[in-house]
Design a binder for this molecule. Sequence first.
Ligand SMILES: NC(=O)c1ccc[n+]([C@@H]2O[C@H](COP(=O)([O-])OP(=O)(O)OC[C@H]3O[C@@H](n4cnc5c(N)ncnc54)[C@H](O)[C@@H]3O)[C@@H](O)[C@H]2O)c1
Ligand SMILES: [Fe+2]
Length: 433
Amino acid sequence: MPAALDQAAAALITQTATRTVDALAAQNLFHFSAPRHTLVGAGATLKLGELLQSQSVRRVFIVADQAVHQRGLLAPALRSLSRATIEVELFTGIEREPGVEVIERGVASLAQSDADFVLGCGGGSAMDAAKAIAVLGSCGCDLDALTAAGFEGRRRIGLGAVPTTAGTGSEVTDISVIMTGSQHHKIVAKHATLMPDVAVIDPTLMVTLPAAVTAATGIDALTHAIEACVASAGNPLSQAFAMSAIGEIARALPVAVGNGSDLAARQTMAVAAYKAGLAFSNAGLGLVHALSHQIGARYGIAHGVANGILLPHVMAFNALVCRTDYAAMAPVLGVPGAGSSGCNSSYSSNGNNERRDCDNTIAAVRRLLADIGLPDNLVPFGARVEDFAELADGALQDICIQTNPRDVAPADIIPLLQKAMQPPGPQSPASGF
Ligand SMILES: NC(=O)c1ccc[n+]([C@@H]2O[C@H](COP(=O)([O-])OP(=O)(O)OC[C@H]3O[C@@H](n4cnc5c(N)ncnc54)[C@H](O)[C@@H]3O)[C@@H](O)[C@H]2O)c1
Ligand SMILES: [Fe+2]
């Protein structure tokens, strides 16, 4: 063989061997992302100015929920920014479930504002709007580009979030959910550049939240934690955050619903929603969210309410492949006599029946939903069996379906929706699929 060919063959062998070794060495890696700065505690918003000043922020464009603004909940943040001599521009046109039009108006206002930081203040609706406005405004692109595969835009402006609900975890996720007005369809944008740089968790901003909204948003957080715990892209960190959020929500949510001014319960819920957000942003979600995006948009059902109706049905369906994981949630949820506590890898049924622990977990979730007064079926919202095939198609195209632990076909979703049309019977087995 000529010397040149000899050398080429040797180089190829070395290259192949190196790649193989690297591939073997790089197994079981995971990446975990979170905001760079998080401030937590009663009155944390009063420290916002100092924090942004330390980041050399000059002018903040605040994207706020209309009702949150009217209730005066922006006052502590505004005082703090003023003390830090940071200028402010307010954009307060956000109502429930932001649509493309309000995002476009926000992008146009941001362009006029000379701001170097966007701050979302409100529930998931306001935070998601702020995230989309910051990214689209600084990349000069539209929502289609942001949701397209391989989007390479980078936000060139700071981004922060101050939640006033304890639910979506949007303050720690790389996700923004936007409604397309005409089609009654939700677009889920997921990209690293949507992750806020700063999250400020202040439970004093949550005491004005009505009981029904506390219940619905709290169940959104519980759904994030349960779906993230069994999501196919999960990792040990996301599972630890998710499992700890499940226990905290089970304990604190009934108190926060029953006594809205209990600051300790509000703080526990706010931190649990944050943990659940971290978990699902890094692990993915599942069929509950894939389907709730469809029924929420179609019938105008609040996001947390839609999740609550679907959650026990989807858990029963997924139990086939994640019985151990659900069983591990039983002690965390305080189910009497369940196997020892801990996250799924350390769960031990202690001779108890794993199937029984799994069924008790689903029953405990149903009981929590009933205790806090959330609806358990779709009938009051005008759901129609004729729509189910289209809703199933939409769910199968939703990004959240990609990490559901069990394979899902349209033929699986339609019976599940049919079950969600009826109140659960007292005799119905929890994991019946
Ligand atoms: N980005 C994400 O990771 C993510 C995750 C889940 C859901 N979402 C999206 O978030 C949106 C839902 O957000 P949400 O559940 O927080 O509800 P929301 O932001 O729509 O707010 C619900 C209602 O509560 C009011 N409100 C908010 N804070 C209040 C307070 N402190 N006191 C009194 N009233 C208050 C609002 O004015 C609104 O009427 C949906 O669009 C959903 O699809 C996003
Ligand atoms: Fe959600």
